[in-house]
Design a binder for this molecule. Structure first.
Ligand code: HAM
Length: 420
């Protein structure tokens, strides 16, 4: 046994479970494609400064969890802990803001956080990420939330809840920040927490320790101090959500793990996952573009954790479509038949039939076992006598029925039978 294993906090996705991974990932992205969002790929590593400036220095993500390294050219690079900052960087770099707005984008891929691994929390995980950039319209906030909700619904999930709040913006957050800071100053907090509070006092509301939470019962809440414009925005979002049939609960103490959020902010939590219950989350981030040196335009988006959503699917005992192996399987008996089998499998695949054959010297019994395992509905057996007669034996696995079919007609016959 080799001493090389997948790094701590990472895992491999292997067949047959990988079929579930693909089904979940693709189900989560289908609503975006239907809504006209365009697919984007950005590098999995970026300049470290992008995340420091984009995600925020007060966050655990930036201060403790980044995979940062110096490349051979002396540049400080970081494996992306999330996808939003990279997409925003691309939006600015390629001046997408000078075209029609909003720019609607989606991506899916790996993210990396040096977190303490536990069920549902990994150091390498996969996110489906969606962003709509350049327009500040509450209808867009509602669309975004509804798209995430649709993905979960399409998977058949029911045991989740949408938590929603507004974090205000530059018209009201500074005043609220002062209120909260004054409130926190009177509490019994350790030096570390005070330092965090100085950078972002909202983060203290998210402190998981009971002795801290006990002191926060009467803390002022952002939703009670929204300016007229942000309140009107939030009201409109909720009106659109109700019209879209999306249910939510008010979550005035919701603090996200990233610093860029303004106004509408949300998280989807699932009841079957234990402590790592967030299966997705997002919100508006109207200052991010400007913070990264781009134009002062708004944005809203969310990311769904594919791995956690799979756990939710499993927790609810849902059967997401797991495609069966192949439709047809070819079993050659002897060297001559093998050559024909290789060609036949190629022709079947080219004709749109998923097909496979045996490799290595397996013998009839082993080959039939492989055929069985493949899930194929149709199996073609070709022996020496068949070759001499110019036929293959086409067997329907469900009934055991077998007929001799001329070699030249096999592809069409199989294709017609499996309905490819
Ligand atoms: P986030 O809440 O940090 O938001 O992550 C989104 C989702 O990724 C989480 O709800 C969770 O399902 C999954 N996730 C996060 N960390 C881990 C982990 N260590 N292991 C497994 N799954 C994890 C963002 O990343 C924002 N960029 C979302 C966004 C897009 N906001 C605006 N646009």
């Amino acid at each position: 046994m080799s001493d090389l294993t997948a790094p701590k906090g990472t895992f491999d996705v292997l067949p047959p479970d990988s079929a579930r991974f693909l089904a979940v990932r693709d189900t989560l992205t289908a609503p975006l494609r239907r809504a006209g969002y365009g697919y984007v790929e950005t590098p999995v590593f970026e300049d470290t400064a992008l995340f420091a400036r984009g995600v925020g220095e007060s966050t655990d993500v930036v201060s403790k969890e980044m995979y940062t390294f110096t490349d051979k050219g002396g540049r400080s690079l970081t494996l992306r802990p999330e996808l939003t900052a990279g997409l925003m960087r691309a939006f600015i770099e390629h001046r997408l803001y000078s075209g029609p707005l909003p720019v609607k984008l989606w991506s899916v891929g790996s993210a990396f956080r040096y977190e303490r691994p536990q069920a549902g929390r990994y150091r390498h995980f996969t996110q489906v990420d969606v962003e709509a950039l350049g327009v500040d319209d509450p209808a867009l906030d509602a669309e975004m939330i509804a798209l995430a909700d649709q993905g979960y619904r399409d998977l058949g999930l029911t045991g989740y809840q949408l938590q929603l709040t507004s974090l205000g913006d530059s018209t009201c957050r500074p005043q609220y920040r002062e209120l909260l800071t004054a409130f926190l100053a009177k509490l019994d907090l350790d030096a570390d927490t005070r330092r965090r509070a100085a950078i972002n006092p909202l983060r203290v509301l998210d402190d998981k320790r009971q002795q801290v939470q006990d002191q926060l019962v009467d803390a002022p809440l952002m939703v009670d101090h929204l300016s007229d414009t942000t309140r009107a925005h939030y009201d409109a979002v909720r009106e659109h959500l109700a019209a879209l049939g999306v249910a939510w609960v008010e979550a005035p103490r919701l603090v996200r793990g990233l610093d860029y959020y303004t106004k509408t902010t949300f998280e989807f939590v699932h009841g079957g996952l234990g402590s790592q219950s967030a299966i997705g989350g997002g919100g508006r981030y109207d200052g991010l573009s400007a913070a990264l040196g781009g134009p002062d335009v708004s944005g809203i988006g969310y990311a769904v954790g594919v791995d956690r959503t799979i756990l939710a699917v499993q927790a609810e005992g849902l059967d997401v479509a797991v495609p069966a192996g192949v439709q047809a399987f070819v079993v050659p008996l002897g060297a001559e038949a093998k050559k024909l089998a290789v060609r036949l499998v190629g022709q079947l695949r080219a004709a749109g039939v998923s097909a496979d054959t045996v490799y290595g010297d397996r013998g009839l019994k082993g080959a039939m076992k492989a055929a069985d395992r493949s899930g194929a509905a149709q199996v073609v057996v070709i022996g020496d006598r068949d070759l001499a007669e110019g036929v293959g034996q086409l067997k329907t696995m469900a009934t055991g029925e077998q007929v001799a079919v001329p070699l030249g007609e096999l592809v069409d016959r199989v294709r017609a039978t499996v309905g490819a």
